[in-house]
Design a protein around this ligand. Structure first.
Ligand SMILES: [Fe+2]
Length: 301
């Protein structure tokens, strides 16, 4: 059973516990989530002017389109206002800044039947934990413009507790930081970077999709198997996502159960305190860094 909690008043400790067990939480727009979505729209509309960003893909060639994204995405990610608004969203939703650490908010675009590599990569079904996310990672996702069932992400909750064959054993986070990320801007049409991927066919029908108005916030465990559905809406989807960990859960080893992630390294060093932007202590990050790919026995629930 997967429960979708809408505007739940549960305290954050209980919400995290249920997220680690595979449930989803959906919150209506908050003052700071609305401001974050509005800030992304403002930046995107400036970058794509005179085109409306969700329609700009129909007016620009592939190279020109990727060039705009190559400027827009890092500008949004690194803007101090983006981080301030994320901290505001966390406060709006009842997370304790003294214990919450977040990764920079990313602006994602998913074009409709158009580019499919590099900065517009469509992710096949995956768990973020295959990419060295800690098991207690929670993902926060919000649409920037209106979304529809044909351009959101799909969850495959039947696999939350059931391992699937995947190539995460070949993924090392430190190596990805050194080589993979900088290569993204160079890949316009062909995706050649080594990413963890499925190694078996899954039963992905039916799936679960959540649609909120712009600024609505979807929270899910980084261990959820999810995918981006092929966008057939005719419009580019713009969304923001960021990841959050609770330091107490990192320290105590709480989180979702690892059913099939075999990657090495950890993304924990990327997280910053919601209180003062300090990183997690280096020894805590080191203690959670997987150094060797140990085979995971596949464990069906
Ligand atoms: Fe993901």
């Amino acid at each position: 059973m997967t429960v979708v909690y809408v505007d739940s008043p549960l305290p954050d400790d209980e919400r995290r516990r249920r997220l680690y067990a595979g449930d989803l939480f959906v919150h209506g727009p908050t003052p700071n989530s609305l401001a974050l979505a509005a800030f992304a729209r403002e930046m995107a509309e400036f970058a794509f002017a005179p085109h409306f960003p969700p329609d700009a893909q129909h007016h620009l060639g592939a190279t020109g389109y990727v060039e705009v994204l190559a400027g827009l995405k890092p500008a949004f990610i690194n803007h101090p206002r983006s981080k301030d608004l994320v901290r505001g969203v966390l406060a709006d939703l009842g997370l304790d800044p003294a214990h919450s650490y977040f990764d920079v908010p990313r602006l994602r675009t998913m074009t409709s039947d158009y580019l499919n590599a590099g900065l517009t990569l469509q992710f096949a079904a995956h768990r973020d934990t295959w990419f060295a996310a800690p098991m207690c990672q929670l993902n926060f996702w919000l649409p920037v413009y209106e979304v529809a069932e044909a351009n959101v992400m799909a969850f495959h909750p039947r696999y939350f507790d059931a391992g699937v064959r995947n190539s995460s054993r070949d993924y090392d986070y430190a190596e990805w930081v050194a080589n993979g990320r900088v290569a993204a801007a160079r890949q316009v049409e062909v995706e050649t970077r080594k990413q963890p991927r499925l190694e078996e066919e899954l039963d992905t029908v039916p799936d679960l999709r959540v649609i909120t108005p712009p600024g609505g916030v979807l929270i899910f465990s980084g261990a959820q198997l999810h995918s981006t559905v092929p966008n057939t809406s005719g419009r580019t989807r713009f969304s923001i996502d960021f990841r959050v960990v609770d330091r107490r859960d990192v320290e105590r080893g709480r989180g979702a159960r690892n059913v099939d992630s075999e990657c090495t390294g950890t993304t924990l060093g990327d997280f910053r305190s919601a209180a003062d932007l300090s990183p997690l202590p280096a020894d805590l990050v080191a203690a959670h860094t997987r150094r060797t790919a140990e085979p995971m026995p596949l464990s069906p629930s």
